[in-house]
Write a protein that binds this ligand. Structure first.
Ligand code: ZN
Length: 409
């Protein structure tokens, strides 16, 4: 038995036992345990979601007199009870301005003002649970007081109607980010859903710099790759993607390609992963395209809407679904290409019609962090994804704004 007295053998036995012990807990921890761990983390760091469309969902349903988030809203993905169950610390509420307001006779700036008004009233009418926030410090103060921060993000740069004065006034009303375009391109910025290859015009670059100067985050979700690149080369402050996922995993124009992720790393910005099944699952995206093509064929053949719906029933039965694990895959891909400091969460809840299995509403957000813990992410890394990265970007943008406003010597 000479061997067992040999120090090397003893060391090998200890090493094997250490490996076994490090593996065993992962077999014993259940999904509930990881969720509990995620919730514990979210008592120390505010969970910040980059994009929720409940303001427009409320508007569509007749306004705040018709929809009260203080009571359960089972047909929506957001209400206060579920925000609390989801341990949400801060929410960028989208002041969404439809591209159709660019048509003549419409008033995108007024539409944006009405959305901002709705967000501010939503927050004020739920003052026991919510409070407005304009800075990173506000978010942390509200978090310490047990309140959900309400942050305003304008979705669609057409809201400023080509006026830097309007941009400055939107900032004064508390807007903390602006998505440069929505579905349609502007004169000064090109949308991802447009075939044009243009990027930012000289005026578009001025808009980006003025946003830097007033401390409004530049949101590059919805813009095309050239506009992303131009904005990243123009912006003096870190930028955000408030609700976009990784194009390497799902080949949708709304997602961020690896080449841009590398620029975001240098810019110290943050990409907040979108839950839209068509952005998260390549199978869902391809299926969606095939449904559109099939409907076009049926329409061209003169089929009425009842016949078209009937014909699509068999298709619906085999429709693929996105999953929570796939959303986690996007987070891991962005971490791999851009680094753990540049990834966050931008659900797009109540702006999407379908949801990934396991991420049905705001109450499920901790389950996504639980999945990262299950995959071996450290608590420090999970805290960054949950909110620390976005808080850092907000603080950096606030600092840049102060520097840019300082009189030149
Ligand atoms: Zn959007």
């Amino acid at each position: 038995m000479q061997r067992w007295n040999d120090g090397r053998w003893a060391w090998r036995v200890v090493s094997v036992m250490m490996v076994v012990l490090s593996i065993i807990p992962s077999f014993h921890l259940s999904a509930q345990d990881y969720r509990a761990q995620a919730i514990r983390i979210l008592r120390t760091v505010p969970l910040i979601d980059g994009h929720n469309d409940i303001p427009d969902a409320i508007r569509e349903r007749g306004g705040l007199d018709s929809v009260n988030l203080a009571v359960s809203q089972p047909k929506l993905m957001t209400d206060i009870a579920r925000l609390r169950r989801g341990a949400v610390g801060a929410q960028f509420w989208a002041a969404y301005v439809p591209s159709t307001t660019m048509d003549s006779g419409s008033h995108p700036a007024v539409y944006a003002l009405e959305q901002i008004d709705l967000i501010r009233r939503l927050c004020a009418s739920n003052a026991r649970s919510m409070a407005m926030a304009y800075t990173a410090a506000d978010v942390q103060r509200n978090f310490a007081a047990g309140k959900i921060s309400c942050l305003i993000g304008i979705e669609g740069g057409h809201a400023i109607e080509n006026s830097l004065g309007a941009l400055r006034m939107f900032s004064n009303l508390g807007t903390r980010y602006m998505t440069l375009t929505h579905w349609r391109s502007l004169e000064w910025a090109t949308a991802s859903t447009d075939t044009a290859r243009r990027g930012l015009s000289p005026f578009g670059k001025q808009v980006v710099l003025e946003m830097n100067r007033v401390g409004m985050l530049v949101d590059l979700s919805h813009v095309n790759d050239q506009t992303m690149s131009d904005a990243l080369h123009t912006s003096q402050a870190p930028v955000i993607f408030s609700h976009s996922s990784a194009r390497a995993l799902t080949n949708h124009a709304r997602n961020v390609p690896d080449s841009i992720l590398k620029l975001v790393a240098a810019n110290r910005g943050v990409v907040m992963v979108n839950f839209n099944p068509g952005f998260v699952s390549e199978a869902v995206r391809v299926y969606g395209d095939s449904v559109t093509a099939r409907l076009d064929v049926l329409r061209a053949a003169g089929a009425d809407s009842a016949t078209r719906a009937d014909s699509m029933k068999a298709w619906d039965a085999r429709a693929p679904h996105a999953t929570l694990a796939q959303v986690a895959d996007h987070i891991e891909h962005i971490r791999q290409v851009c680094g753990v400091d540049c990834v966050g969460v931008g659900s797009d809840f109540d702006g999407i019609t379908e949801v990934p299995v396991g991420l049905e509403d705001v109450s499920k957000l901790p389950d996504l962090l639980a999945e990262l813990l299950r995959r071996g992410w450290t608590e420090a890394e999970v805290k960054k994804v949950a909110g620390l990265n976005t808080l850092r970007v907000m603080r950096d943008a606030e600092r840049v704004a102060v520097e840019m406003r300082r009189p030149h010597r």
